[in-house]
Design a protein around this ligand. Structure first.
Ligand SMILES: [Zn+2]
Length: 189
């Protein structure tokens, strides 16, 4: 678990194992991540979730993980927080855009049908000319973490859809097959 890249709401361990530090929270004896970042544990068993900062130039083919800050049809505006390249994750701060035509691979009149503000998405960089354009079409790309729009609890993936176990209702997203994880094998640089 140490060094692993985690998403908000991801289970880290029990309170017997760890003391919840910055970037984490506890709930009923379990410690969860509150951030996107790498798990760090100090010698006093305090666990933190922190990102790494690197100077890195974004290139086509890189993947970006970020939070949807707004939907400005026909664009999804993403606050990029992580760049994934060759199995490594780098902390970044960048604004990226996904056009409605690059979400499902089909004509989509409204992005908001399959992506919502506050969703965490994973997108592949297709262009960096002037602005950073992402595609969410490949199976690994799409929404990787989302909250229920009614109760704000994390949605669970059931088959290809998302489900709130509290409200017992489904929500539609363009879901990545990596929903709930960033990537196995992602390491700190
Ligand atoms: Zn709900």
């Amino acid at each position: 678990m140490v060094g692993r890249l985690v998403l908000p709401g991801q289970y880290i361990g029990t309170e017997e194992e760890f003391i919840a530090g910055s970037g984490t929270y506890e709930d009923e004896g379990r410690v969860y991540s509150a951030n996107i970042g790498n798990v760090e544990v100090s010698s006093d068993f305090k666990v933190r979730v922190k990102g790494r900062k690197e100077d890195i130039i974004i290139q086509p083919g890189d993947e970006i993980i970020g939070v949807v800050s707004e939907i400005n049809e026909p664009l999804v505006v993403v606050a990029g927080e992580y760049l994934i390249r060759a199995g490594k994750a780098y902390e970044i701060k960048t604004r990226a855009l996904v056009h409605a035509s690059r979400i499902t691979g089909h004509y989509l009149d409204q992005c908001s049908k399959v992506v919502k503000a506050r969703d965490v998405i994973r997108g592949k960089v297709v262009s960096t000319r002037g602005k950073i354009d992402l595609t969410m079409e490949p199976p690994d790309e799409g929404v990787i973490f989302a909250y229920c729009s009614k109760c704000r609890k994390p949605l669970q993936r059931i088959n290809s859809g998302l489900y709130c176990t509290y409200c017992q209702r489904n929500e539609v997203r363009k879901v990545s097959r990596k929903y709930g994880e960033i990537s196995e094998g992602v390491k700190k640089k």
